[in-house]
Design a protein around this ligand. Structure first.
Ligand code: NGO
Length: 499
């Protein structure tokens, strides 16, 4: 068959509704008929590279019904998808280049992570072409995509304390996040309503503190084995897990589990409401620091990522001097276990080490001028990033204390200019928290996160100068069918013309 007799691709490469939008796309007139591809080939021996090649092989089988051979660099690139590690390719570790020609495809990166991001682009290209092309889907458009992220930290946060979510739910969320190139998942593992991770030296935290949740349901917790499984699943998808133990406030579940953590020596009652700011560890008792150290040690042992998040928000019943004293000791413990501290922005009153990553969450007016110029900031604005804010007045789930957050509002802003007086270099990225006071199961997660987190992922990846709401809204319309194929019950807002 001559090349011109192959069916034409659905899109030219620069018209594919990819999200996040790549930095540069140069289409060519070439066409890549799918049935020409016979193998996936790795250049640069690396176990991780082979493992992502194997996963891509399964993806290809599922979507094209063709079985690829796995080859190494002794084979040539004809009729192959070649994955190439090239140290000199870019200083950026997530950068990649995807080239589609008439008889081969290649994905190049400085690291396996870069190649992984490139394969996610190729996967979207296949899936979007297939969904739009239906049975005519037989070829991909030729050309080159050169791409790299705007921010190094593109995160999501899941509150598993107010309501508990199973390992399977978390894995499903991780899969969806990886589709959109999100690279951090922060777990809010403890709060007034629940303690969700096994601590072997303090077993009652989960035996007592893990047994309920908002509304009085049965709660739950992750064993350390479960947590390791989640970490591995995320790591395989190039997502770093950030564990958070919220201290010294938001600790009622711990205070209910161990009487000695309370200043009056009496255990509190378990709590299933949604008020905040009423609990505190007893900062003057030595046992408090034994507790904090055991928790940080045990969790650090099973968390390979660089950060340990110590909360710090809304300690409304801890005096500021007590808070600062508590944080000085807690920060030293984080350091002892070789983690970089992360905390909600209220941490600034303490003596924070320079490398501390502060998470900005409240309204802008609460934040300007209080942040030391050298601090590293993660933007998680309640008004723009909080996935638990209702879309509008009739959204059945969620809260609205920071205002309604439509899909357009969640997309159409720039982290660099959101907070006055913050230097652009201070901002390491952004994170979209999903607080779960009203979120009870995976369908609730899906409804509040999708589609807003897709826009959030694009803000994190694509330079602001390339982002336009109308263009994004048009591309997002094509992701409705993609989410439907994955049975994700997203909020089909009327702001978007869904395809
Ligand atoms: C606040 C509060 C959380 C709530 C959330 C609800 C922070 C950092 N502390 O954000 O405890 O769950 O709002 O939107």
């Amino acid at each position: 068959m001559s090349a011109c007799s192959y069916p034409q691709p659905i899109y030219s490469l620069d018209k594919v509704p990819l999200i996040p939008l790549p930095s540069m796309v140069v289409p060519s007139a070439e066409v890549m008929p799918l049935d020409k591809i016979q193998s996936i080939r790795t250049v640069g021996a690396d176990e991780k590279l082979i493992s992502i090649a194997l996963n891509f092989k399964s993806f290809w089988k599922k979507h094209t019904e063709q079985e690829l051979l796995l080859l190494d660099d002794t084979a040539d690139g004809d009729h192959a998808i070649t994955l190439i590690i090239d140290n000199d390719f870019s200083p950026q570790q997530e950068a990649y280049k995807l080239e589609i020609a008439s008889d081969e495809i290649s994905v190049k990166g400085k690291t396996v992570e870069g190649i992984y991001r490139g394969l996610k682009t190729l996967e979207q290209l296949v899936v979007l072409s297939k969904l739009q092309g239906k049975s005519n889907f037989l070829s991909l458009p030729g050309g080159e995509i050169t791409d790299q992220p705007c921010y190094a930290y593109r995160g999501a946060m899941l509150d598993v304390a107010r309501h508990f979510f199973s390992v399977a739910d978390v894995k499903r969320y991780i899969d969806l996040l990886s589709t959109y190139k999100i690279n951090f998942l922060h777990f809010h593992l403890s709060d007034d309503q629940g303690w969700r991770i096994e601590i072997k030296s303090w077993p009652k935290l989960t035996k007592t503190g893990g047994q309920t949740q908002v509304g009085g349901g049965e709660g739950g917790f992750y064993t350390q084995e479960d947590f390791r499984e989640i970490v591995k699943y995320a790591t395989d998808r190039f997502i770093t897990i950030v564990p958070e133990i919220d201290l010294p406030g938001h600790t009622n579940a711990a205070l209910a589990s161990y009487a000695e953590l309370n200043c009056d020596g009496k255990a509190t009652a378990l709590y299933t409401g949604i008020k905040v700011g009423f609990s505190t560890l007893c900062v003057d008792k030595e046992v408090t620091y034994d507790f904090v150290e055991d928790v940080i040690r045990e969790i650090s042992e099973i968390s390979p990522g660089p950060y340990f998040h110590i909360g710090g928000d809304e300690s409304l019943v801890t005096l500021e001097e007590d808070f600062n004293r508590f944080m000085d000791r807690t920060l030293a413990i984080v350091k002892k276990y070789n983690k970089t501290p992360m905390g909600w922005y209220e941490l600034i009153t303490a003596n924070i080490p320079e490398e501390t990553l502060l998470q900005y969450w409240a309204k802008t007016e609460d934040f300007s001028n209080v942040i030391p110029k050298k601090s590293k900031i993660l933007i998680s604005s309640a008004s723009y990033n909080y996935l638990d804010m209702k879309y509008d007045s009739i959204t059945p789930l969620g809260l609205f204390w920071a205002g309604y957050l439509s899909v357009k509002k969640a997309y159409d802003w720039d982290p660099k200019t959101l907070v006055p007086d913050l230097d652009a270099e201070q901002i390491v990225g952004l994170e979209a928290p999903l607080w779960s006071e009203t979120i009870e199961d995976f369908d609730d997660i899906a409804y509040m996160a999708f589609p807003r987190i897709i826009g959030h992922a694009e803000i994190g990846w694509t330079n602001a100068s390339l982002r336009k709401w109308e263009d994004y809204a048009n591309r997002l319309g094509f992701h409705g069918p993609l989410l439907e194929a994955l049975e994700v019950k997203y909020y089909a807002t009327t702001e978007i013309d869904w395809k």
